[in-house]
Ligand binder design. Structure first.
Ligand code: NAD
Length: 371
C-alpha cells in the first residue's frame, strides 16, 4: 500500500513534520534537547519582525494572525513611515517599535520572546547575534548568512547566550515536501539515488535593489532561491553531499555584474548518489524530482508559498495546501515552549552554507570542490 498521506491524515502528520527533517543527516535529529531559562512560560510567544519588507509584510505578519503558539509582538524598522502604518494596522504594537539604533533595548521588552530576522542576507549575522545577546530566541531567514564561517559565528553566539536559533525553512512544514522526505526516509521506492532540483525566477525591479548588490545579498540567485534546490536535494537523498561541480552563465552580465544570475551544479553524495540542480534570476523553473530503484516522485511547483502539486509513480499526491509561514512559526514556537530545538536550526542552515561556499569555489576553480 502506498504510504502517501491523505488530507485527513496530514493534520496529524503536520504536528510531527519535523520527523521529515530527521533525514537530513546524522546531526539533524528532529528534536534536540537544549536548556532553556524558563522565560517561555506563556502558551503563546511574542515575535518581533526585524525588517518590514515584502516577506514580513506580505507573508509573516498575516501568518501571525493565524498562529496559535506565537503572535506579533514587536517590529524593528529604520523607516518611521512604516512604523506608523504598521501601528495603524496593529495598534497593540504601541511601545514595542524599535529602529536599528535602539534595537538592543529590546532586551528589556518582556513581550518579545523571539526575534525574526527578515533583513538583506548580509545583515542576518549581526542582528541574529545582537538578538541573542539581548536574550531573545532567534528565527533567521534563509540564507542564514553569506558564508559558512559567518553562519558558525551565529551558531556560537546563540549557543553562548543559551538561545535557540532556527532558520526560515518553511518547506519542512509543507505537506508535499514533508511527504517527499517521508518517501525517501521510509524507502517507499528503495533508496533515492538520483534527484533533480531547480528553482529560478525572473528578477524584476530596479538596478538599485539589495538583491543585485554583493555587499547586501552575498550572492545572487544561488543564495536567494538556489538554496531551496540544495535543501531539497539533501532532504530527498537523505545524506550529506561530499563534493560539487558547478557552472555559471550570465545572459545579462550588466544587470548581474555583482551577483550570480544562473548556476547549474551537480552534488555527489556517498554511495554515488547524484543531484543535478539549477537556479536562476533570468528564467522561471521550479521542480523537485527524485528516483529510487522502484519508483519516483515529482513536485511541480515545489517550493512556492501555495499551489504546490505532487505525484509519484503510483499516482497523484492528494495533500492539502497550508499556510507554510504560520505552520513554520507555530512549529518553532511550540519547540521553544517545550524547551527544544527543531532540526531546522542553525546547524542545518550551516550545512547549506557549506554547499553554497563549495559551489562558488567550484565556479572559481573550474574543478570539483569538496564540501
Ligand atoms: P525586501 O527588500 O522586501 O525587505 C528587506 C527589508 O530590509 C526592507 O524592509 C528594508 O527596508 C530593510 N533594510 C534594512 N536595512 C537595509 C539595507 N541596508 N538595504 C536594504 N534594505 C534594508 O526583502 P525580502 O524579500 O523581504 O527579503 C528579506 C529576507 O527574507 C531575505 O533574506 C530573503 O532571502 C528572505 N526571504 C525569505 C522568503 C522565504 O520564503 N523564506 C521569502 C522572501 C524573502
Amino acid at each position: 500500500m502506498p504510504r502517501q498521506l491523505t488530507r485527513r491524515q496530514f493534520s496529524f502528520a503536520s504536528a510531527t513534520a519535523v520527523g521529515g527533517a530527521a533525514v537530513l543527516g546524522p546531526g539533524a535529529l528532529p528534536w534536540i534537547k537544549r536548556a532553556d531559562s524558563g522565560r517561555s512560560r506563556r502558551n503563546s510567544l511574542g515575535i518581533a519582525l526585524v525588517g518590514l519588507g515584502s516577506y514580513s509584510a506580505g507573508q509573516l505578519a498575516p501568518a501571525l494572525e493565524e498562529t496559535e503558539q506565537c503572535h506579533l509582538a514587536g517590529i524593528v524598522t529604520g523607516t518611521p513611515a512604516k512604523a506608523d502604518s504598521w501601528l495603524a494596522q496593529y495598534p497593540h504594537l504601541e511601545g514595542h517599535v524599535y529602529d536599528y539604533g535602539n534595537f538592543d533595548s529590546i532586551a528589556d521588552d518582556d513581550a518579545i520572546d523571539v526575534v525574526y530576522v527578515v533583513l538583506p542576507n548580509s545583515m542576518h549575522a549581526e542582528y541574529t547575534m545582537r538578538a541573542a545577546a539581548a536574550g531573545k530566541h532567534v528565527i533567521c531567514e534563509k540564507p542564514m548568512a553569506v558564508t559558512a564561517a559567518e553562519a558558525q559565528t551565529m551558531i556560537d553566539a546563540c549557543e553562548a547566550a543559551g538561545r535557540s536559533l532556527h532558520i526560515g525553512y518553511r518547506l519542512h512544514f509543507e505537506p508535499h515536501n514533508v511527504e517527499a522526505m517521508r518517501i525517501s526516509r521510509e524507502r517507499d521506492f528503495g533508496r533515492i539515488t538520483y534527484a533533480q532540483t531547480e528553482f529560478g525566477f525572473r528578477l524584476g525591479g530596479s538596478a538599485d535593489q539589495w538583491r543585485l548588490k554583493k555587499s547586501l545579498a552575498g550572492g545572487g540567485a544561488l543564495m536567494d532561491v538556489g538554496i531551496y534546490a540544495i535543501q531539497a536535494a539533501r532532504y530527498v537523498i537523505g545524506e550529506e553531499p561530499v563534493s560539487v561541480t558547478a557552472q555559471e552563465v550570465k545572459t545579462d552580465p550588466v544587470r548581474f555584474a555583482e551577483v550570480d544570475e544562473t548556476i547549474t551544479w551537480q552534488l555527489r553524495f556517498p554511495n554515488n548518489c547524484i543531484a543535478s540542480s539549477q537556479t536562476s534570476y533570468a528564467l522561471r523553473s521550479e521542480r523537485l524530482f527524485a528516483a529510487g530503484n522502484s519508483g519516483w516522485l515529482e513536485l511541480r511547483p515545489a517550493f512556492v508559498y501555495g499551489g504546490i502539486a505532487g505525484k509519484t509513480s503510483r499516482g497523484p499526491m492528494d495533500l492539502p495546501q497550508v499556510n507554510q509561514q504560520a505552520k513554520h512559526m507555530d512549529g518553532v514556537a511550540s519547540a521553544i515552549l517545550a524547551g527544544k530545538t527543531l532540526s531546522i536550526d542553525g546547524h542545518e542552515g550551516l550545512r547549506d552554507m557549506r554547499v553554497i561556499d563549495a559551489i562558488y569555489e567550484s565556479i572559481r576553480t573550474g574543478q570539483a570542490a569538496t564540501i
